[in-house]
Write a protein that binds this ligand. Structure first.
Ligand SMILES: [Zn+2]
Length: 1025
């Protein structure tokens, strides 16, 4: 049967079109129930014996409405929910409302064990309905769901009267109508409670059960219309909230204030007004009199926590005694006492208040239940409200309702936020799943991947289906030579860190008769295997980058490509994309060209092997001779770059030696670089610059480039002040002046000073970013750190998706006969891709850092070490010390800790006593005695100060001991002695045995291929570039 529906539609250009929608109603849509004799389905999805639930007398199939999927997707994913009929009406509505949830529903449907059947009710003759006059689309769809439920009910009766169907909806009106129609219906809450399973009960979103007439703690958010008008008129400012990692009650947005870009601080719970890190918010500026004049402090919020804990305790005790299901939480009203110390900043910083949320950026968070918030007796499974700490310090505590409090203590769990009503101090969320025991290395690694939004699932079958069918037996065949130059006879070699299996780049050099050199950089031809738009390409684009952790690597591409078919290993033929220069003796470019090629690398060397060949006069083979020439040219290239103002920055990077079986860290040390690291780096930089120019010339609007903005002066203020006392001046007006300043900043009796200054300068820098050339003016293309006017990433397509895209653009630029899609020409698409890659990149760096942190903590477990360190940052009530030997940093508090007892639990009285206070004029922490004019304080702590610290693992953790917050490094001051802050060392220096054990192990390890932190790929310098 064919139904037609015609309507008129106005196009963008104003033309009026008659659109005829055809709607086929079919008779061949089956119910998919195993035992059905009426339908002719061959494979059925729904089982004969469907779900059983105390709420019903008969086994039943569930037909949920749209909002059940939208609001309770976590519950629907639970293994206990099976035999569900997903109506086409519902599926289409879900798709329209939320694509992420739609994708999750599709995943459930694909999971055979879940038995979710999509019933095309809109095409079924018995269930299709027309919209009635005056009926809203919503009402029409609700009716369609009831009609389909009725149809199923009648259909089943014919062959299995012992089974029923149940409509699931939280809409009371719809349930009433269902009852009137003689249908069974139920709310999700009733249904889940009748299941009596603690886990799935905890997973229920609480979004609906709120607002119980409690007192509001927060101001109301303005309506979307109000907010958007306010932003248009300039009354409100819009921005993405970034919460300080030192203080979760302090955030900021970067936005335009009166036409000038600047930062607005948002300080305190009530000004943040329920905004969470990453939310897009609307902010109203506070009057100037309320602008901030003191620097960032570390949050000390104990009084408030105490109050919250008290209330949870009272509530849980009440719940336990009265067994009252819905105990209301009494929210305490304690606000943080204003802690304004006397000092002022020169210019007050603009401050604001959140008036509306434009877009939430809530996601799932990893963390743990605060032990102190659980007061029910062990073994109790009464539902209680407890507090969840996200591992991420920027996320507020989340209140969840759970029946598994005792089972979950000590575990890492995942939680989602459902809502943040005005009446609740903390956002309200629900439990999703448990990851494993806290402190367990693999659990903690999963936590840090989830925390940094790193996709780490196995590649799907669909992705793998796009790999070459020959698998590992794939070889270069004659047909591959079409459009490629044959470089197999060249003395190509690669130089990488030890153990590198994903070799993206290789090099060669040939002296030319005219005295110049032909130099080639050969890059793995990944785009030969990864075709635009297929599932493998989409997966790589979404992952964006390979993520390197201390003990594992999360690949961007399936390993068959990454470590085999694309990897430019020695003694096999490989496809490459080559950049060939003629360089003169001064390493100046005479000409450059690009070509697809076939190479056969003669040697895969480590940095050390390459260095040894250069140094060993007996080595005179062709490959070694080539490396010597490349080294000579690289030095000249580097000198010229430095002359142009390229920066040599530093970061304290460490590597671990891991024990082979346990993968536990047995040694940690700073990385050292060899000359040959620089050799490879120079040619990669040169290739990236040459390719950047070429693709920009061909695609001026859509080239994928990489810029590094000039850092604003404000970033250098404190550093400049601090080095002034050594008589050193930093001129950061250009990268050249900055580079010269750094070169000259040498203190003869403090050899580490220059390195330290470079580390601190690195932190004044902006992030380097991918961008689409059409989205920025040419002046902003500049790469400040590399001192070049254009830059891109071409040299690592195995582990960076940016390079994959750049390869496609370069190929299109050199081969005019090539046909290509709009993925390389569409400015919008390119812009979006850059956004994703920048995000993934940032997350990958942070995940790598967290991984190093995790291993550092494992390394220091049960150890106490005394080490020399330097003060690298001053906070309002603390300072941060860098210990060069291990490349680690820690906070030293400048307040005396008052031991917490019950009698000091009242708000305010437990506040630590400051011993040193911050002086913004000098950016120092100093003792509090009154000073005469020109007198220096008795004690002060300032940047660059050398100190002795004691390092151990802090066991006094938020969330109460074992299973609480990830272990933290504890740094305590030994020297200088500051009464009330410093401690007497307890490190056991006279235990030679302990030392001997460690060093033997690590020595062994070092001889047989040590695994190194982040060192699997030549690292950070190039990644950052
Ligand atoms: Zn049937």
């Amino acid at each position: 049967m064919l139904r037609q529906k015609a309507f008129m539609k106005k196009t963008k250009s104003g033309k009026v079109l008659k659109v005829v929608k055809e709607h086929y109603l079919r008779d061949d849509i089956w119910c998919s129930i195993e035992t059905c004799k009426v339908c002719e389905h061959t494979e059925s999805v729904l089982s004969t014996v469907p779900s059983i639930n105390k709420a019903f007398s008969l086994p039943h199939y569930i037909i949920p409405d749209t909002n059940i999927f939208i609001n309770q997707i976590d519950v629907m994913e639970h293994a206990l929910i099976t035999n569900v009929i997903v109506l086409q009406t519902v599926l289409e509505e879900v798709k329209h409302l939320s694509l992420p949830i739609y994708n999750r529903v599709r995943d459930i449907i694909a999971n055979k064990e879940k038995r979710f059947y999509v019933f095309s009710n809109e095409h079924h003759r018995g269930t299709f309905i027309e919209k009635l006059k005056d009926e809203s689309p919503n009402d029409r769809n609700d009716r369609a769901i009831r009609v389909a439920t009725k149809w199923y009910g009648n259909h089943i009766k014919d062959f299995n009267p012992r089974v029923s169907v149940v409509m699931m909806t939280d809409d009371v009106g719809n349930r009433d109508k269902a009852t009137a129609d003689g249908l069974q219906s139920i709310s999700v809450k009733w249904y889940i409670e009748a299941l009596g399973n603690a886990e799935i009960l905890d997973m229920m979103s609480s979004a609906k059960d709120l607002d119980d007439g409690q007192k509001s703690i927060y101001d109301e958010h303005l309506s979307p219309a109000h907010v958007s008008n306010g932003i248009k008129s300039g009354k409100y400012l819009q921005g993405k909230l970034g919460i300080s990692s030192h203080n979760y009650l302090e955030g900021s947005i970067y936005t335009k204030i009166n036409g000038e870009e600047g930062t607005i601080l948002i300080v305190g719970r009530s000004n943040l007004n329920r905004a969470v890190d990453g939310d897009i918010i609307a902010v109203e500026l506070l009057p100037k009199s309320e602008w901030r004049t003191t620097p960032t402090g570390v949050v000390v919020d104990e009084d408030e926590e105490q109050a919250e804990e008290e209330s949870l305790k009272a509530e849980q005790e009440a719940a336990a005694s009265a067994a009252k299901e819905d105990a209301v939480m009494a929210e305490p009203e304690a606000e943080k006492p204003a802690s304004a110390e006397g000092h002022k900043l020169d210019t007050p910083q603009p401050c604001g208040k959140v008036v509306g949320i434009i877009r939430r950026n809530w996601r799932q968070y990893c963390g743990f239940i605060d032990r102190k918030s659980v007061h029910t007796p062990a073994g109790s499974s009464a539902p209680v409200n407890v507090l969840f700490y996200a591992m991420e310090s920027k996320i507020p505590k989340i209140k969840i309702r759970t029946r598994q409090a005792h089972t979950l203590l000590g575990k890492r769990i995942i939680v989602a936020i459902d809502s943040w009503p005005r009446t609740s101090r903390y956002p309200i969320g629900h439990f999703i799943r448990a990851l494993g025991e806290a402190g367990d290395k693999s659990t903690e690694t999963e936590v840090l991947l989830l925390e940094h939004d790193v996709p780490f699932h196995e590649f799907s079958k669909q992705v793998l289906s796009f790999l070459p069918v020959e698998g590992e037996n794939w070889v270069v065949k004659p047909e591959h030579f079409a459009g490629r130059e044959d470089f197999r006879s060249l003395n190509v070699c690669s130089i990488d860190p030890p153990g590198c299996t994903d070799i993206d780049d290789a090099l060669h050099v040939v002296p030319l008769p005219n005295g110049n050199y032909q130099v080639g950089v050969h890059i793995a031809d990944v785009t030969h295997f990864v075709k635009p738009g297929n599932v493998m390409d989409q997966e790589a684009a979404s992952r964006g980058t390979t993520v390197y952790l201390v003990d594992k690597r999360i690949d961007m591409l399936p390993s068959l490509l990454g470590t085999n078919l694309c990897s430019l290993r020695s003694n096999v033929e490989r496809l490459a994309f080559s950049c060939i220069w003629e360089l003169n003796d001064a390493a100046e470019i005479v000409s450059v060209r690009f070509t697809k090629s076939v190479i056969a690398s003669k040697a895969s060397l480590t940095y050390e092997e390459a260095q040894n060949r250069i140094d060993d006069a007996n080595m005179q083979d062709d490959v070694t001779a080539g490396i010597r020439i490349l080294n000579m040219l690289a030095k000249k290239l580097k000198q010229r770059r430095l002359d142009m103002g390229a920066l040599t920055l530093a970061s304290p990077e460490v590597r671990f030696s891991l024990e082979r079986d346990t993968q536990d860290p047995v040694d940690v040390e700073m990385k050292e670089l060899k000359e040959t690291n620089a050799l490879v780096e120079e040619f990669m930089l040169l290739a990236n610059i040459s390719v950047g120019r070429k693709i920009y010339e061909k695609f001026p609007d859509s080239a994928m480039l990489r810029c590094h903005p000039q850092p604003p002066s404000a970033n250098f203020e404190k550093l400049e002040k601090a080095v002034a006392r050594f008589g050193i001046e930093i001129d950061h007006s250009t990268s050249k002046t900055l580079s010269d300043s750094l070169d000259n900043a040498v203190l003869p009796d403090e050899p580490y000073f220059n390195k330290l200054l470079r580390i601190m300068t690195t932190r004044c820098m902006m992030q380097a970013l991918y961008f689409c050339s059409g989205a920025q003016i040419e002046q902003e293309f500049r790469h400040y750190g590399l001192a070049t006017d254009i830059y891109t990433h071409f040299t690592s397509p195995i582990r960076r998706y940016s390079d994959v895209m750049v390869h496609r653009q370069l190929h299109a630029a050199i081969d005019s006969s090539l046909s290509y899609g709009d993925e390389i020409t569409d400015k919008e698409k390119m812009n979006d891709l850059c956004g994703n890659l920048n995000h993934r990149n940032r997350m990958a760096q942070q995940a790598a850092r967290s991984s190093v942190e995790l291993f550092t903590h494992l390394f220091f477990k049960n150890k106490t070490e005394e080490e020399e360190g330097y003060v690298i940052r001053i906070l309002k009530n603390a300072f941060i010390v860098l210990v060069p030997k291990y490349g680690i940093e820690g906070i030293v508090y400048a307040s005396a800790k008052v031991p917490k007892t019950d009698s000091t639990a009242e708000a305010g009285s437990a506040a630590p006593q400051p011993i040193l206070v911050y002086n913004p004029e000098t950016d120092c922490l100093q003792s509090t005695e009154t000073l005469a004019e020109g007198e220096t304080p008795k004690t002060q702590v300032q940047l660059f100060q050398k100190v002795m610290v004691q390092i151990s693992i802090d066991d006094d953790l938020k969330g109460g001991g074992e299973g609480g917050m990830r272990q933290k490094l504890k740094m305590e001051l030994l020297k200088p002695w500051i009464e009330g802050i410093s401690v007497h060392g307890t490190a056991n220096k006279d235990d030679p045995e302990a030392h001997a054990v460690t060093s033997t192990k690590s020595n062994n390890k070092r001889e047989d291929a040590p695994v190194k932190a982040q060192d699997k790929k030549r690292a950070s310098k190039r990644t950052k570039a």
